[in-house]
Design a protein. Structure first.
Length: 595
């Protein structure tokens, strides 16, 4: 054990022992005072009750009355003899030191020492002769005693005071009782101190075990650091006890999981957000390995979260675990958007290269005065389009973002042996206002369709995937604009989607890529597309598991308010004018809806 931990243990033990000793001292002092008062009161009560009993004895009253009437210089033995017999028996049976009877002058009629009979008492009898009882601690001829003095009433009228009875108990008897009381109290205090020491040691050991030997200053510093770290993290953090009970969450985790912050009890059993932690997160913590980490993608609401569960131990003792959450949706969205932008940039570089080659050709023809050939060459360019991208029907798409996306995906598809085509009934007026989201959704659907075509073709015809000169199939894209709305359909000649997978195709995969559908990306791609579509109040759905014309799957997309349309654009196509395929624009749109 390190020196700081040993010092902390000693401080805790000394503090606990100090508290125990102080409390025991206070309690013992209070009980000692109460015990001394009780013993003294018992002794005084015994002396007073004995004196009262003696003062009302008929023989005592008669003797004191006669002695007070006679006022003899020396009391008559006929009076004192019966009284001495009574007091001697009383001393023998009750354990008192003395019982003295006097007349109304304070002259002793009885005394344990017979020589003192006939003499005035050594302590003042005035209180008793005045008719008042008293209890005092005084020193007389027999030493320090507790004395009770009670007046004796006359037998003639029952009211006149004719003497006193003084009963004494040695102070040593009181001291002995006090010593016994203090001995018992001291024994109890020692026993309590021993129990307190044992309890302090046990409590200190448990405290060291529960805090892993960390001192209070370190605990306070850790609490401050923990609060600062948790507030500063962009990732969500959930802490679990060793029994798997959620005990702590930061604000990011509460936002990602959609739970409200309410403090809980120390053991995590109180009310609050702890009970709202999704079961999938709790299960991850229970399934986390002792060493290493468990990572999974989980769906919480419309979020795709990357969760990492790690068990935490200190000095071989399990102290619980931590689950960190990262919003993978944002990362995936940015990655797909970057991929779309990269694809468009690649297409633009291809376009620039093609333009440069064609301009050099035109320049050479002009330099050689081959103007007719130059004119024919330019006419050919105008007919085939400015870019040699293998995308059939791309000339019907005027939006630069959609053109760049289709050209880039067409190049990629051609490399994989798949033909990408834009259906002739496509028509998009205006420009795309949200190019990143639109190209992400369409790009993901086209990539999935190309992969499905290649996979189906290789699986059915046993072809080599590396043979790029083979044409495996076809992917068709239909794009229609209606005001600010964009409708799209992506269909392929792949293997399609079975009916039992129609609902789960958009679910986000929770394991590894080996568990995912290799054709239509039954993992995070479609789930991400659906989330982005919902963000625009749109939707994406499986239009047909097996398209009646293409044979493969067909996916439909509806995105409201993603197009910016000028009235001049709509004026270019008068009502009823046919399009490239000879069909009116509104009929083409209706055909797409029906499909």
């Amino acid at each position: 054990m390190s020196r700081p931990i040993r010092s902390f243990s000693r401080r805790v033990l000394l503090s606990q022992l100090t508290v125990v000793v102080v409390i025991l001292a206070l309690v013992t002092g209070v009980f000692a005072w109460m015990g001394a008062r009780s013993v003294t009161e018992v002794t005084e009560t015994k002396a007073l009750s004995t004196a009262r009993a003696l003062a009302i004895d008929p023989e005592v009253r008669r003797g004191a009355t006669r002695a007070s009437v006679e006022h003899a210089a020396h009391p008559d033995p006929a009076i004192t003899a019966p009284l001495l017999e009574i007091t001697d028996d009383l001393r023998t049976t009750s354990g008192i030191v003395f019982a003295v009877i006097t007349d109304d002058r304070g002259i002793r009629l009885t005394h344990p020492n017979r020589d003192n009979i006939g003499h005035r008492v050594s302590t003042s009898p005035d209180e008793a002769l005045a008719g008042r009882e008293s209890v005092t601690h005084e020193r007389g001829t027999l030493g320090e005693t507790v004395r009770a003095k009670v007046p004796i009433r006359s037998t003639a009228d029952g009211t006149t005071v004719v003497g006193e009875v003084s009963v004494g108990i040695h102070a040593s008897v009181l001291d002995a009782d006090l010593r016994r009381e203090f001995l018992v109290l001291g024994s109890v205090a020692v026993l309590a101190l021993a129990i307190g020491v044992i309890a302090s040691l046990a409590l200190g050991r448990r405290l060291r075990r529960e805090t892993l030997g960390i001192g209070p200053e370190e605990l306070a510093e850790m609490a401050r650091d923990q609060g600062a770290v948790l507030r500063g993290l962009d990732d969500g953090v959930l802490a679990f006890s060793s029994s798997g009970i959620p005990t702590l969450t930061n604000s990011t985790a509460e936002e990602l999981l959609g739970i409200a912050h309410v403090d809980t009890d120390a053991d995590g059993s109180g009310p609050g957000p702890r009970a709202d932690v999704p079961e999938v997160i709790r299960r991850m913590m229970l399934e986390a390995p002792i060493h290493g980490a468990l990572r999974r993608r989980v769906n919480v609401g419309d979020r795709i979260l990357l969760a990492t569960a790690v068990r935490v131990s200190r000095d071989g003792v399990s102290v619980g675990g931590v689950v960190t959450l990262r919003d993978e949706t944002q990362v995936l969205t940015m990655a797909r958007q970057l991929e779309s932008v990269t694809s468009m940039a690649r297409a633009l570089r291809t376009q620039r290269h093609e333009f440069a080659n064609r301009l050099h050709t035109v320049l050479g023809l002009v330099d050689t005065d081959a103007t007719d050939e130059a004119r024919n060459y330019l006419a050919t360019i105008l007919q085939t389009g400015p870019i040699a991208a293998p995308v059939e029907g791309i000339e019907v798409i005027s939006d630069p973002y959609l053109q760049a996306l289709l050209e880039a995906k067409g190049t990629t598809a051609a490399e994989a042996g798949v033909t990408l085509a834009v259906t002739p009934d496509s028509l998009v007026l205006g420009t795309v206002k949200a190019p990143e989201d639109v190209t992400l959704i369409l790009g993901n659907l086209i990539d999935n369709a190309v992969r499905a075509v290649v996979t189906h073709a290789i699986g059915s015809a046993d072809k080599d995937a590396d043979r790029a000169d083979e044409v495996f199939g076809r992917v068709e894209v239909t794009l229609l604009g209606s005001g600010s709305e964009l409708h799209a359909v992506v269909a392929d000649t792949g293997g399609g989607v079975d009916d039992e997978d129609a609902e789960s195709i958009f679910d986000e995969g929770v394991s590894s890529a080996d568990d995912l559908d290799s054709e239509h990306g039954h993992g995070i791609g479609l789930a991400l597309c659906r989330r982005i579509a919902r963000r625009h109040s749109g939707r994406i759905w499986l239009l047909a598991g097996h398209d009646p014309e293409m044979g493969g799957a067909g996916f439909a997309v509806h995105l409201p308010d993603v197009l910016s349309v000028d009235e001049a654009d709509t004026d270019d196509i008068p009502a009823g004018e046919s399009r490239a395929d000879g069909a009116p624009a509104h009929e083409a749109h209706a055909d797409d809806k029906e499909r």
